[in-house]
Design a protein around this ligand. Sequence first.
Ligand SMILES: Cc1cc2nc3c(=O)[nH]c(=O)nc-3n(C[C@H](O)[C@H](O)[C@H](O)COP(=O)(O)OP(=O)(O)OC[C@H]3O[C@@H](n4cnc5c(N)ncnc54)[C@H](O)[C@@H]3O)c2cc1C
Length: 546
Amino acid sequence: MNPLQGSTPNSSAPDHRTADAVVVGAGFAGLYAVHKLKNLGLKVVCLEAAPDVGGTWFWNKYPGARCDVPSLEYSYSFSEELQQEWTWTERFASQPEILAYIRHVAQRFDLRRDIVFSTRVTSATFDETQKNWTLTTDTGLRVDARFFIAASGCLSAARTPDIPGVMNFRGPIYHSGQWPEAPARFEDLRVGVVGTGSSGIQIIPELARVALQLFVFQRTPNFSVPARNRPLQRQEQALFKRHYPQNRKRASESNDGMLGLGAPTEPTPSVDELARTRTYIARWEHGGAAAVLTPYTDLLTDRTANETLGEFVRGKIRAIVRNPAIAEKLVPTDHYIGTKRICQDTGYYETFNQEHVKLVDIRQEPISRITETGIMTSHGHYDLDALIFATGYDAVTGPLLAMNVRGKGGLRLADKWAEGPKVYLGLVTSGFPNLFIVTGPGSPSVKGNMVHSIEQHVNFIADCLAHMRDNRLSLIDSDIEAEERWSEHVREVAERTLFPLADSWYVGANIPGKPRVFLPYVGGIPAYRKTCERVVANGYEGFHLQ
Ligand SMILES: Cc1cc2nc3c(=O)[nH]c(=O)nc-3n(C[C@H](O)[C@H](O)[C@H](O)COP(=O)(O)OP(=O)(O)OC[C@H]3O[C@@H](n4cnc5c(N)ncnc54)[C@H](O)[C@@H]3O)c2cc1C
């Protein structure tokens, strides 16, 4: 028997399937996992809660949704034909274009036949006798498989704050991360947006174009920089494509998996203030968060250095927003620039110069409840016809814990991670054999071009499964000490930076009761990849293989 294949009890029942590997999620990660594992000759079943492929780009259909990694880079590199044949129309692609691309990939590589849509995994249990995972779902479908690949996303568990009265609101309520299929209309309506993170900052200028009145309920201002989005010229795209492999390789050598404007080589004190300001202006004009954050080596490690950039951007906000009192409310002062996910916008700050847009600072006037007709704060009532929550996600761990995962001895993942997740290389967590997490906690994941990290992870997993097949091995788990050492390393690397100082979703600060642990690995993509390569070269060091 092929050691990778699961056992096949009662596989004829329609609500019971068996596979070698079950993949949860059909976004960038799940689709590539299905493709790679099928190519290994494995029988794969993919379970997806949404009715279609796309993941993030299926769910986030809100007006203004787009990526902030350049389109030519925010795409798969595994197929030269694919990257040559697809044409991107803008520097930063919009949600419809990214979704069209993902649908094209699913079609081109014939992946849909292996996906069961509109099916949410509600439990995943490891059976030590059978050496199998059993996944149950909200449709009654059960899948048994030797391997469980969690490609359930880092930003797929949408979070709505617990505001009293929300059920009473008579108008439509939307969450940016669960946007409906049917087009939502806001023309001539009084619209409230709660939340000013990346999604809020993208939605707000779009809504201001059509809404009668727009009320922006802001708890914490975030730094945002202009995207300077524009159509891609045919020639520049052709040139980029001519050198695609070289471009991908160069990007993989940068800390965030993106080409950017090149890695910084000198710290801020190496130049005088005038030269530094000139650089900041040039980067601001170039556009894109990556460009603004990377001119100097010490911007995310040294408070004084960081403040030179922070003050520059604060000055820009004050210059754009005409009303000084509103500008002050929009100026972030509670965190170092870049230590929360920096936003990228098109006309965000300018939106607040429009008469019909009102900023409501809910630190000064907290929301007390939602009524049938709007939002009541400590200062009064805001009449609304529609309400949008752009309040983010239970990031990175949320989708995994929501699956009610149980490992050896019935151990609940939620209990194992009660003090914070421990995951060797962000891939495998001990006591949960044959479970692989794509872009899990402790991997670079959300700190860079995620498609790049997804491909690297899925390649690692597929190579590992091939190694197991070739060596007639059927179980993999992580060594508990290796996992501890890696978690400690992830923590230490983060502590050398300013990141852990911010109350961001990177540390779970947006979720009441979530343990405060810095979730992604910020040692950079090349360092992470080299560690993975060394682990493999040393015979999967730190893993137990049986
Ligand atoms: C608005 C927005 C903009 C972004 N922009 C960028 C960007 O510019 N650059 C970048 O690198 N990253 C960006 N990201 C991050 C983005 O999530 C990743 O780039 C990438 O799309 C993740 O792909 P994935 O397949 O890992 O996860 P996802 O795309 O999140 O897919 C996970 C899938 O798993 C499914 N799933 C989860 N739990 C279950 C369950 N229990 N049962 C069944 N199915 C389940 C979900 O329905 C979802 O479809 C952005 C995220 C958001 C929300």
